[in-house]
Design a protein around this ligand. Structure first.
Ligand SMILES: Cc1ncc(COP(=O)(O)O)c(C=O)c1O
Length: 406
C-alpha cells in the first residue's frame, strides 16, 4: 500500500465513536478532491459555483487496493473480453460469510448495472399490460421504466411514521391484482433510508409468495448500513423465498466505482434464470473488465476502507441531523438507517414553489427533487452527504441563509 494515500491520524472532526471503526482513521475523507473536468456527471452539469449533492456517488477516492488493482490492470495493457470467474468465487464466499447464504456460481448473472438488471426483470417476468408493484417515494427508474415498456406500475406509497417510513401492508396487499407479476423491493431504501427488519421482510415474502409474485430485490446499498441495523437479503430468508426472488447487488455504491459498471443478479430458480437469459442475452453487454477487477479487489481487500468510510458517513449523517434540528428546524430530516442519502421534508419551510429549484437558485446547492421519486415526494429533497464534512457545512450554511432570506 502506498503511504501517499494513507495518513494515519486521529481526526478531530469525526472521532470514530460509532463502533464501526475503533482504530485511527487511515483514509482521509476530508481531502478535497477536484472532480470538475473528470467526466463526472455529478460535477459536470451545473455551473462551477454550485455544490453538487445530488446523484448517488461519493466524492471520496476508492479503497487503495481497488486503485492498485486497476493500476496493475492498466499497466498490463491488454483489455480484451473479461471473464469474472475469480469474482464469482469472491461473491459466493461473501454471501456465505455476511449472510450465511449459500449461493452457487451458476446462480450469478453478471450485469453492467442495476438499472439494466431491473429492466431485464420487468421484461422477463411481466408481459406488456401486466403489473409491476413498487412503493414510492422510490429511486425513480423503478417507477419510470415499467410504463415506458408497456407494463403497468402499481404504486402503493410507503407511509410516513414520525421521522421514518413503514409499509402499509393492507394497502400493499390490496393493490395486488390478477395482473401483478413482480414486486420491486428496494432495501436499503433509496431515498427514505430504511433498512427493513426481518419481520418486515418476512411479511413481504409471505404476501408475495401467497400472491405468486416474483420479488425483484434491489440491494445495491446493502453494504452502506449504520449500527444497529443489519442487512438481510430477502432471498436468504429461506428456500421458498429464494426460489421466487431475483437479488440485485453491486460494488458500485460500496466502493464508489459506479462508473466502472459492474453488478450482478442472484437467481436460484432455473426457470427464472432461463427467462432472464432470454431477455438479457444479446441485449446486455458483458461486465466491464475494469469493473470486474475493481469488484474483486474491493470485496476481498476493501473492508478496512469500508469500515472507515461508514464511520465518516455516520459522522456526516449525525452532523446533518444536529444541524437541521438546531439551525434549520423548518426542514425535517428523516432517519437514515442506511445509504448516504438524507430525505428532507421541506413542506413546512415556506419555500415558494419547488424546493430543489429554490436551493439551486438561491443557495447554489444541487439536491435531487423529491417529486422525481413519485407519490409522496413532492416538497421533499434528497441530499447526498458522501462528501468532505467541510463541503457539507458550506452547503448547509448556504441553504440556511437562503431560507433566512424568505
Ligand atoms: C436503489 C438503486 N438502484 C439502482 C441504482 C443504479 O444502479 P446502476 O448505476 O448500477 O444502474 C441506484 C443508484 O443510485 C440506486 O440507488
Amino acid at each position: 500500500m502506498s503511504e501517499k494515500f494513507f495518513r494515519p491520524r486521529a481526526c478531530s472532526l469525526h472521532p470514530p465513536t460509532c463502533g464501526l471503526y475503533a482504530g485511527a482513521m487511515k483514509y482521509d475523507f476530508d481531502q478535497d478532491i477536484e472532480r470538475r473536468g473528470t467526466d463526472s456527471v455529478k460535477w459536470g452539469v451545473h455551473p462551477d459555483n454550485v455544490i453538487p449533492l445530488w446523484i448517488a456517488d461519493m466524492d471520496f477516492r476508492s479503497p487503495e487496493p481497488v486503485i492498485e488493482a486497476l493500476r496493475a490492470r492498466v499497466n498490463h495493457g491488454v483489455f480484451g473480453y473479461g471473464l469474472p470467474r475469480k469474482l464469482a468465487g469472491v461473491l459466493t464466499d461473501r454471501m456465505k460469510k455476511l449472510y450465511d447464504w449459500t449461493v452457487d456460481e451458476p446462480q450469478i448473472q453478471f450485469l453492467p448495472g442495476i438499472v439494466p438488471g431491473l429492466n431485464v426483470a420487468f421484461q422477463a417476468f411481466a408481459a406488456p399490460g401486466e403489473g409491476v408493484l413498487a412503493q414510492p417515494p422510490l429511486y425513480f427508474p423503478i417507477l419510470r421504466d415499467p410504463p415506458e415498456h408497456g407494463r403497468i406500475l402499481q404504486d402503493p406509497p410507503l407511509v410516513r411514521n414520525g421521522d421514518s417510513y413503514e409499509i402499509d401492508f393492507e394497502l400493499f396487499e390490496n393493490t395486488i391484482t390478477e395482473a401483478t407479476r413482480i414486486f420491486v423491493l428496494c432495501n436499503p431504501h433509496n431515498p427514505v433510508g430504511r433498512v427493513y427488519t426481518k419481520p418486515e421482510l418476512e411479511k413481504i415474502a409471505e404476501i408475495c409468495l401467497r400472491r405468486r409474485l416474483i420479488v425483484c430485490s434491489d440491494e445495491i446499498h446493502c453494504d452502506l448500513i449504520y449500527p444497529p441495523y443489519h442487512h438481510i437479503p430477502i432471498a436468504a430468508l429461506g428456500p421458498e423465498v429464494e426460489d421466487r426472488t431475483v437479488t440485485l447487488m453491486a460494488p458500485s455504491k460500496t466502493y464508489n466505482v459506479a462508473g466502472l459498471e459492474c453488478g450482478f443478479a442472484l437467481i436460484r430458480n432455473a426457470e427464472l434464470r432461463r427467462a432472464w437469459k432470454n431477455i438479457s442475452h444479446g441485449t446486455l453487454p458483458g461486465v466491464n473488465l475494469m469493473g470486474i477487477v475493481a469488484a474483486a479487489a474491493g470485496y476481498s481487500q476493501g473492508q478496512e476502507w469500508l469500515e472507515q468510510v461508514l464511520a465518516y458517513l455516520q459522522g456526516n449523517r449525525d452532523f446533518l441531523l444536529k444541524y437541521f434540528r438546531e439551525k434549520m428546524p423548518e426542514i425535517g430530516m428523516c432517519k437514515v438507517e442506511g445509504t448516504y442519502m438524507a430525505w428532507l421534508d421541506c413542506r413546512k419551510a415556506g419555500i415558494p414553489g419547488n424546493a430543489a429549484k429554490f436551493f439551486l437558485e438561491k443557495s447554489q446547492v444541487a439536491l435531487s427533487d423529491g417529486a422525481d421519486f413519485g407519490k409522496g415526494g413532492e416538497n421533499y429533497v434528497r441530499l447526498n452527504f458522501a462528501c468532505p464534512r467541510r463541503r457539507l457545512i458550506l452547503a448547509l450554511d448556504r441553504m440556511k441563509s437562503a431560507l433566512g432570506s424568505l
